[in-house]
Write a protein that binds this ligand. Structure first.
Ligand code: AMP
Ligand code: ZN
Length: 121
């Protein structure tokens, strides 16, 4: 999709601080983090908002959500009871949708936000 920031990041024409990539998904650090850990998970294909997903995207959405706890664990946000050595005790998962939902970039993304509070959003 032309003129979509996250499509350009997915294509590599705009740089990002990548932390995960596979054939369908890309995960990179938010450029303006609101917490010690702030990652964005995107599908490589353009989907504007969560509301633009159809039954066809059920598998993709499930894959994105299932990746969240793995990334959280890797970035020190364990929620497991024996999280010895993990600096943070949890994380927040957020999808902003539409103008009144606070969405700024119209390419579907999941925020993974973690670290010691306080932080907002
Ligand atoms: P949202 O308000 O849910 O649409 O979130 C968009 C997010 O994209 C914000 O948290 C921005 O800080 C982040 N963002 C904007 N441009 C970039 C960029 N070039 N690289 C990484 N994150 C970005
Ligand atoms: Zn896009």
């Amino acid at each position: 999709m032309e003129n979509c920031l996250f499509c350009k990041i997915a294509a590599g024409t705009i740089p990002s601080d990548k932390v995960y990539e596979d054939n369908e998904l890309l995960v990179f650090k938010d450029i303006s983090p609101i917490a010690p850990v702030h990652l964005l998970l995107i599908p490589k294909k353009h989907i504007s908002t969560l509301s633009d997903c159809t039954d066809h995207e059920t598998g993709l959405l499930g894959k994105m959500l299932a990746l969240v706890p793995k990334l959280a664990e890797q970035h020190g946000c364990s929620v497991k009871s024996d999280n010895k050595g993990s600096p943070y005790g949890g994380y927040k998962t957020l999808i902003n949708s539409g103008p009144d939902g606070g969405q700024e970039v119209y390419h579907l993304h999941i925020h993974l936000i973690g670290g010691t509070k306080p932080w907002s959003k």
